[in-house]
Write a protein that binds this ligand. Sequence first.
Ligand code: N2P
Length: 354
Amino acid sequence: MKRVAYGVVILALLALMISCAPKGGGKQQLAQELHVYNWSEYIDPEIYADFEKEFGVKVIEDTFASNEDLLAKLQAGASGYDLIVPSDYMVAIMIELKLLAELNYDNIPNFQNIWDKFRDPPYDPGNKYSVPYQWGTTGIGYNLDMFEEPPDSWAYLFDPAYASAFAGKMSMLNDSRETIGAALKYLGYSLNSTDERQLEEAKHLLIQQKQWVKTYDSEGFEDLLAAGETVIAHGWSGDFFQAAVEAPQIWYVIPREGATIWADNLCIPKTAPSQYTAEVFINYLLRPEVGAKVSNYTWYASPNKAAEKYINAEILEDPAIYPPAEVMDKLEFIRDVGEATPVYDRIWTEIKTE
Ligand code: N2P
């Protein structure tokens, strides 16, 4: 009898404790650490420090160099990351592979700051798994001192008549979709081509180009340009502009044949140790001032409408960062090519090992 009574009291106490626990989470539910897996040079480090000051959560960042590397890492079982930053097409692939956690928008009210046109993207209808972070283009960075006219065509990288002049002074992204995509664009095809003949043509072009390429690099291409090791480089817009702050001889151009436009996204892997803390951090990044701080550092465009009034005018007014409509029309998003993915992988390996 007595034992039963104790049991009842303990149960009642437990029930009371549960009902008094804060709903929707307070500071006490935050993890001590947040593990972010990001592209390099893609956030102002002060943002991590400020978040730690306000929330007491230490942010630890590792970096990756391509969407394919990020995917391989997750598929190999990396389970310590709370937040990752895949591009559009990779979000679709990761949703399909069930690698992402559904986001709890109760913890991300600042999503309301996202521009309408960046909501509900085709790669993640309803933003169930992703919040847009930054967007930009992939084109050509160059040393102004070496060119009379801007190298505004992929021909500067692929046509022997131009490209041979930059032998040993040119770099290409170490990125299968971007680099094969650039060759496809030069040839006048879609960068999402699944036509084997077109892909073979792109492969031959890239193999021919290899003799002039100093390095395939996605993390230091802008530094090589700044140091004079290269004079022309395939790469991401903002990275060149970041480097240009210290090395004003660097500039960037979107090739007239068209190029990649991309949007990178904040996502939480299904295996994340601290989903709630990751959501609190996403919400923090979506504050207007913080969203602006991201772009003011990365020199990439922001999908955060409310952040705009804090973004530096030189960024907002730069047509290479916020391209005008006629340029936008020529840009193409990389899409999941599904069954053609192994063809891209094979071609890429053949190019790299040639
Ligand atoms: C950051 C480059 C990220 C852009 N350095 C690639 N989507």
